[in-house]
Design a protein around this ligand. Structure first.
Ligand code: PGA
Length: 242
């Protein structure tokens, strides 16, 4: 169990937002500050290099996806090795928006995890149920299925001593201002810990006002922050633990 400890992650997911001017604003907000959490920021591909220059030493760089194959004739895709070459350390995989917008199956996500691990990127693998599943009480069964698909990748990471992160993001909580109750978050994260041995990050409408309550829950390894990570003052304050 981790309560407000410096091993917990605060990960910002910019999604398809941001310009170079926004990177400069975040740089200004991070200037001279020390993060008490393990900060990671995941901008769109076009801003990765600028972001690498902008972030302080204690914040790491992440991408939002990588290809399921090595290299070659795959127009529009980015290989894990290409990300690694420019200093990317983390990669979000299997986000619900990619599962939906790009029909990403669990099999494809498992291949992406494989490529990320080969390039020594730390995958942040997202799982989460729809509102209908949640309402029917099917959350844990659903998560078990999503987890099962990446257990081989997780086992490989463990064998090789590589870090591996998972994030629980209920679809109905993403960008909606709604969230499971704290006791539900704790119960789901405990179940995910039993399935994987990992303390999952929680994502879905995480704000400066509510993140500490979430980080205080059992088996929560951090937070994955969408909209709020686009506000430099708020995101930098969260990294400082404020
Ligand atoms: P949100 O997004 O914080 O805007 O709800 C979280 C996510 O999808 O990673």
């Amino acid at each position: 169990m981790s309560i407000g400890n410096s091993q917990q992650f605060v990960v910002g997911n910019w999604k398809m937002n941001g310009r170079t001017s926004d990177v400069r604003k975040l740089k200004g907000a991070l200037e001279g500050q020390r993060s008490i959490y393990r900060g990671v920021v995941c901008p769109p591909f076009t801003l990765l290099r600028d972001m690498k220059e902008a972030i302080s030493e204690d914040v790491a760089l992440g991408a939002q996806d990588c290809s399921s194959v090595e290299e070659g004739a795959h127009t529009g895709d980015i290989a894990a090795t290409q990300l690694q070459e420019i200093g990317v350390q983390y990669v979000i995989l299997g986000h619900s928006e990619r599962r939906k917008d790009h029909n990403e199956s669990s099999e494809i996500i498992a291949l992406k995890i494989q490529k990320a691990l080969e390039a020594l990127l730390t995958p942040i693998v997202c799982v989460g149920e729809s509102e209908a599943v949640y309402e029917n009480g099917g959350t844990l069964t659903f998560l078990q299925e999503q987890v099962r698909a990446f257990l081989p990748g997780l086992a490989e990471a463990k064998t090789r001593g590589l870090p591996f992160l998972i994030a629980y993001e209920p679809l109905w909580a993403i960008g909606t201002g709604r969230q499971p109750r704290l006791d539900e978050i704790a119960a789901i994260h405990r179940a995910l810990f039993e399935m994987t041995g990992l303390e999952a990050l929680y994502g879905g409408s995480v704000k400066q006002e509510n993140y500490k309550g979430i980080l205080a829950q059992e088996c929560v390894g951090g937070v994955l922050v969408g909209g709020e990570s686009l506000k430099p003052d708020r995101f930098s304050a969260m990294l400082r633990g404020e």
